[in-house]
Design a protein around this ligand. Sequence first.
Ligand code: GLN
Ligand code: ZN
Length: 749
Amino acid sequence: MNTTILGYPRIGERRELKFATEEHWAGRLDAAALERAGADLRARTWRTLRDAGLDAVPSNTFSFYDQVLDTSVLVDAVPDRYRHLSGLDRYFAMARGARDLPALEMTKWFDTNYHFIVPEVGLGTRFRLANGPAAKPVAEYREARELGIETRPVLVGPLTYLLLAKAAPDAPEGFRPLDLLDDLVEVYAELLERLSGAGAAWVQLDEPALVADRSEEEVAALARVYERLGALPSRPRLLVATYFGTVGAASLRALAGSRVEAVGLDFVAGPENLDVLASVAGLPRKTVVAGVVDGRNVWRADRRRAKAVCAALLGLCDRVVVGTSCSLLHVPLDLDAEEALAPDVRERLAFARQKVGEVVALGRALREHVPDESGGRAPAAADPRVRERLDGLASGLAEARRGDRAARFAAQRDALGLPELATTTIGSFPQTASIRRARADRRAGRLSAAAYTAAMREEIAHVIALQEELGLDVLVHGEPERNDMVQYFAEQLDGYAATEHGWVQSYGTRCVRPPILHGDVARPRPMTVEWAAYAQSLTDRPVKGMLTGPVTMLAWSFVRDDQPLADTARQVALALRDEVADLEAAGIGIIQVDEPALRELLPPRRADHDAYLDWAVGAFRLATSGVADATQIHTHMCYAEFGEIIEAIGALDADVTSVEAARSHMELVADLRAAGYANGIGPGVYDIHSPRVPSAEEMEENLRRALRVVEPGRLWVNPDCGLKTRAYPEAEASLRNLVAAARRVRESI
Ligand code: GLN
Ligand code: ZN
């Protein structure tokens, strides 16, 4: 093996897997036909990879929904409530629920935008190799072999699997999934023996959890796992792949001391891996799969740098294999499908198929010691105006400081005249079929710009009238013109490009098409002002302007890697700062800058948190600090788990912060106050992620709970997120109850 990749997209060139799966869910495609579609996609992938000249082709990277869920099924970690079902029905019930049966929890796969199905493990879990000889990794290995292609099955490593699992609801206090590690490892042992029996020479075990801080106990567990698996009498050779960052030195030492034959290291997200490797005196007698081609971003590799890494590695281990930093699951499939990209952007890009080509070319260059003809990647064109402004910032002149909390609070109270427990929403209103049709018609040229604007204005007028009728205090325009909260801005900013087919799996059949931030970011003209000003012209109540914050603009895009993220964030922040100023000048007195992705970009290791939060918070403040004290800045965050960023939320210094809190019974409010947060706070009083209409009593109770720690003048009343995925009947009914709850509480204090 000289070249390999850690994984490949499975959705198909035209998202075939998505469409086949959704047809199956709709009852129009039977299970056998869906299985055939899957087999077809697998065969195509294996052939593509082999024909590209890759020495080692991975298998078991296919999944009908998610590879972690596949693992749960593989080791029979199936909660009892799904056991009356079988086959794909059981599988999809676990993934997305079935009648009366809720799905397993879903959460983000490390710091990516991919979501996995969280394993649920308890004392009742009896790990065993379900399907024995027909277990998925074995079956897919055989399937490839029948096509004449030798593959390396990829498994989620047992340690990472249990570290990602959560305790079943009925597990006793103090139970940790990791307690079951030894049982689980026996299943992996059986699986490895079966794979060996089927002919597999190598198996890849993914252990990305090793790039986060790991306790001594966890490192000891790691050593135990690979000692046991390494000692199996008949087994394939083992590649333990780490990715998404720098592996911990203790973990690497444990792997170095084990019998695994190869270790995968990510030299893109974890450039310090070389130092760690040197500090543990390398990996003598082992192979290192050098992740030098970025599996998470869309840029062509810097070949000179990649070769330098490989050369340095040769002094530290026995063999070097050129590889990707992680699975290519996180990038679009094929750049050749794109026809509209500007040539100067396109020539800097590589999608999954092109990255395989890069791995192969790098492997050849290294093996044959051929001089590098590729000369690296062309630089992005710089925008001198943006550069000048940023340089000015460095000397501190542009960041206007706002008044202190008390001054702002007083100025806003006078300017806005809002009641205590002011009611509002997070921004979007239901995206109806007619809104989506209007947007699609406009894109296809079937609707003129004027007709489109008229349709959107009509929608805005409807949303404003509805909010007045409901009695909300701070209104929104409803965001009908936005396809997506990042894409909408990306389309209007210089320095961003859109793809036509650049789909990436987000979860299950849901795919996203992230924009590409390729150059200096600038705002040629206002982006939201006309819509906001129009909405404000229809009402005497304040209308809240609505923007997406700099961190979220980066987190949900592919971002240039030729300068620090911090610098790019500041460019986006400057563009937003101008938008904020224009909104203020147009008479918008409240402006919300959403940062739902603030938690998402948090680096895996604690040691890196401060540096990240520093620039992330700085970018938000740069975007929002140009306004007068009387102008109120809001921010919004969702997807919970705020623990590690709770102080950063305060540091954003928004006047009002709305957060997802309904599912955690307002706990966050107390946490925020305990962390010193003293500005306005809008804990979501109901969960918008379900169509259920919450009662006024229930929301009232949430408000009273919040009032134990927040004074009424600082408490806001809002749902926990935007309403765009809801339908009007339930959204309206819920908001009516919300306003009633706020009124009742107001009257009683
Ligand atoms: N303003 C956005 C909306 O209401 C916020 C979305 C989000 O936080 N996820 O849709
Ligand atoms: Zn939200």
